[in-house]
Design a protein. Structure first.
Length: 282
């Protein structure tokens, strides 16, 4: 049986690849994008199985309107993929106020509003899946990506909470964490004027690696799209799906280090507990 998907950010990269794969196998896709016309070739090939909506997820009213229109046009939507993203590559001091606002409005608030707009429909139909696309940077960090991390760590916390709230309605939530992949996202990163003070710091090292082409992109975008489709087909609903050797290795190292630091503060953590609680625990 064909599955119906709603996917944001489909003009290029992972969103485009996923849309192509799904249409090729006979599924229906409601695809949103900011650039009208970017999917005209797919519409010509697949006809009414591709519903296209023009959407900038930073426009909250438009998010609700487009989501409502997609459900009205397609009747049932089985999978909502929150994929639209915006990246700022700059040290904390270098980024402008407008850049900071854009990354938060897109990756955090935009994703939140897509979920909020979709949930009434998913609850009414009694089933559905939400796939929240983040990155390895939703659980670990790299220099020059502070604002990107702020948005991705934020949306992961939101998604993890939502997963608990919507499970009773038969709706699943999975956080999809692709690693560094040659999808064109790196070339689309927004930059800022470089401050010389950061040249001999980790921020400068990462900048030189990215601009010099030595920043490793070990993952295959087509395989990532395939893994996402396979997950949905399997019916499994893990909270997180790490995709990529860098995601697995970097996130695991971060979690191990955080747990070790957390455990190191056990005594001081318990030292501030009320005496009555200490007695009760004993």
């Amino acid at each position: 049986m064909a599955t119906t998907w709603f996917i944001t950010g489909t003009s290029s990269g992972f969103g485009r690849l996923l849309t192509e794969r799904l249409l090729a196998r006979g599924d229906r896709v409601a695809a949103t994008l900011r650039r009208p016309g970017a999917l005209d070739d797919l519409r010509a090939q697949h006809g009414d199985r591709l519903w296209i909506g023009t959407l900038d997820v930073t426009d909250t009213a438009a998010v609700h309107r487009v989501v409502d229109d997609a459900f009205a046009a397609l009747g049932t939507i089985d999978v909502v993929v929150n994929n639209a993203g915006y990246g700022v590559f700059a040290s904390v001091e270098e980024a402008s106020d407008d850049q900071i606002r854009q990354v938060v409005d897109t990756n955090l608030l935009g994703s939140i509003h897509v979920v909020r707009a979709a949930l009434p429909h998913l609850r009414a139909q009694g089933h559905g899946r939400i796939l929240q696309v983040t990155t390895a940077g939703g659980q670990t960090t790299y220099p020059n990506f502070a604002y990107y991390h702020a948005s991705k760590w934020g949306i992961e916390g939101f998604a993890e909470t939502v997963a608990q709230e919507i499970a009773p309605f038969g709706i699943g939530m999975t956080i999809v964490e692709p690693g560094a992949t040659p999808t064109g996202f790196g070339g689309a990163l927004v930059t800022a004027p470089v401050m010389p003070e950061y040249e001999d710091t980790p921020a400068g090292e990462v900048r030189r690696a990215l601009t010099g082409g030595t920043f490793t992109l070990p993952n295959d975008a087509e395989k990532i799209a395939g893994a996402v489709v396979d997950l949905v087909d399997s019916g499994a609903t893990p909270l997180r799906l790490p995709l990529g050797s860098d995601t697995y290795d970097d996130v695991r190292a971060s979690l191990v280090a955080r747990l070790a630091e957390h455990d190191a503060h056990r005594d001081v953590a318990y030292s501030v507990v009320k005496d009555s609680e200490v007695t009760a625990r004993a």
